[in-house]
Design a protein around this ligand. Sequence first.
Ligand SMILES: NC(=O)c1ccc[n+]([C@@H]2O[C@H](COP(=O)([O-])OP(=O)(O)OC[C@H]3O[C@@H](n4cnc5c(N)ncnc54)[C@H](O)[C@@H]3O)[C@@H](O)[C@H]2O)c1
Length: 192
Amino acid sequence: MTKPGSDMHGRVADKVAIVTGAGRGIGRAALDRLAAEGANVVGIDINQDDLDRAQADLDAAGLAAAMYCGDATEESHAARLVEFANERFGPVDILVNNIGTTRAGRIWEMAVDDWDYIIRTNLRSAFLCTRAVAPQMIARRSGRIVNLSSGAVTARRGRRTTPGTPPMRRPRQASKASPATWRSNYPNSTSQ
Ligand SMILES: NC(=O)c1ccc[n+]([C@@H]2O[C@H](COP(=O)([O-])OP(=O)(O)OC[C@H]3O[C@@H](n4cnc5c(N)ncnc54)[C@H](O)[C@@H]3O)[C@@H](O)[C@H]2O)c1
């Protein structure tokens, strides 16, 4: 695990941060970075081996971390994840909705099951984790929710993205649009 120099100016020190899809890739990098910056991190993933590796690396670095193995598209796991974070470290300050997937192929060639899998993975996980964590952020009038999206959503008209991206783009556009919608439901909240 690399330990980057701090440029968060202590803003996440001692905060409690959940990262979804923390076993590998961008989620793992976010987990490591938040931990290195002093946050108490909780990672969720469906891959136990990857979580074990993350836990071992963070333990070896002397950083505060706890892993929850489960499917974030399942209501019970999303709810239990937040309880787990509360039990281990206290109220959640930061949620990183990182889980995302796609399937290769153009939209007119795509199986409905593949579409449903993408929507479920990309949107349902973010919805359930946000729903589970939002009440305590609202009660404390403090919290940050980060939703990962795709550069495909910002592609300008007339510029082609990779052929076959529509299956990725539509769900990610929806997730990109969601924070404003969610925030407007809680006008007194400082959550982002
Ligand atoms: N990698 C890229 O080039 C890229 C580009 C644009 C956007 N993104 C976005 O960044 C995010 C992360 O991408 P990545 O490439 O690191 O992904 P990845 O596939 O490498 O990792 C995703 C992680 O999420 C876990 N996961 C998947 N479904 C899960 C579920 N239901 N419950 C719990 N864990 C689950 C996987 O086990 C895996 O560890 C995604 O939202 C993706 O859309 C990535």
